[in-house]
Design a protein around this ligand. Sequence first.
Ligand SMILES: N[C@@H](CCC[C@H](N)C(=O)O)C(=O)O
Length: 276
Amino acid sequence: MQFTKMHGLGNDFIVVHGEQALPADASALAVRLCNRFFGIGADGLVYILPSDRADFMMRIMNSDGSEAEQCGNAIRCVAKYVYDNGLTDRAEITIETLGAGVQPVQLEAAEGKAQRVRVDMGKPILNGLDVPTAIDANPVIDAPVTVDGREFRFTAVSMGNPHAVIYVEDAAGFDLAKWGPKLETHPLFPRKINVEFATVNSRGQVDMRVWERGAGPTLACGTGACATLVSSVLNGHTDRQATISLAGGDLLIEWDEESGRVYMTGPAAAVYTGTI
Ligand SMILES: N[C@@H](CCC[C@H](N)C(=O)O)C(=O)O
């Protein structure tokens, strides 16, 4: 099996192209290959597949073998892969995802290689039951969730996949390993949840750290950055465009008032190719 190791701000993936459909053992393969000690090591296993609605389709398995509906960092990697490998010569393409439909993607290229990628991430889903959460409200803002006697307040946003955004004093110093797994699997979240811990520094910049559903702490989360911006606008913390600073670097996120669509701009990188 040939693969390319790629990442978006350190959120890393094993990218596979050439299959016509998702293999039946994709979940088990993800667990085996994403293992950082006994496998290649990655946050997820990504397949680039044919699509009858878009130029390409992306499917992503988390490192625990669960399939995610969408992944912001992976979609930028897929765009770079197809451009750099000559599968398209267009700087504007569409990529179909499982949970967020067909997404338009724009590439900024230099010397034949994609450098930065801007993705139309679509409209956020804010209805609590649709995110999904167990809360019947639209939107779910500043809702309480208690774990081990500590109450957190969260805002729920789906970008095709579910997110709970929690504001804390110091996101960069937050104990992700202690609280992340308990929030991810809390009964309020029927399909589990990605949890973003955010600190607003100004109306145009937010620090964010993430505990990802099915992958644990990662260096960046594209959909999490989008959810954080949407939540920050809803809570009155930021303007509609802001830099979300993650452990692996910055993403520029915009929530367009007129169309209601969220745009994510950031880098993607290829590290090496291999055969396993
Ligand atoms: N890292 C991703 C999100 C990957 C999927 C997530 N763990 C889930 O299960 O929803 C991103 O960049 O968006």
